[in-house]
Design a protein around this ligand. Sequence first.
Ligand SMILES: [Zn+2]
Length: 150
Amino acid sequence: MSAPPRLWPSELSPALCRDIRGWCELWNVPHIVPEISVAISRRMTTSLGRASYTKMLIKLQHTLLDPSAAQLLREVLCHELAHLAAYRLHGKRIRPHGCQWRALLVAAGYPPKVTIAAETLPKCFHIGAARKRRRPRRSAWKRLKRWVLG
Ligand SMILES: [Zn+2]
């Protein structure tokens, strides 16, 4: 039995916490569970989730908490967790959405999707609207960081 993640927001169900343990056992990395933190972000508008390997942190967009998005929340959590597991299993030099990451998603029963079509999202999402707003150009460093974090 492994311990729960380090930080587990109260808005997220214990069932998802069990899913995290289950996926980590399936992927043969049960020992990473107590290192993982999960946070809900209200500022994240252009992506549904993000994984930081250095912090072992998964950030989820707050709109995923809408009851209509329950299945999507689980899929995004699995997607981001697979990044942390893939880096731990294969090192940081692998591609974020490369074959190692895809194999983990498939093992968990999800198609290895990198993006989700906006029109298939539940109504609570406003990603399309957020994208239309003018955004300041990212510096090269930020673009690189974003790519590395996947
Ligand atoms: Zn990803």
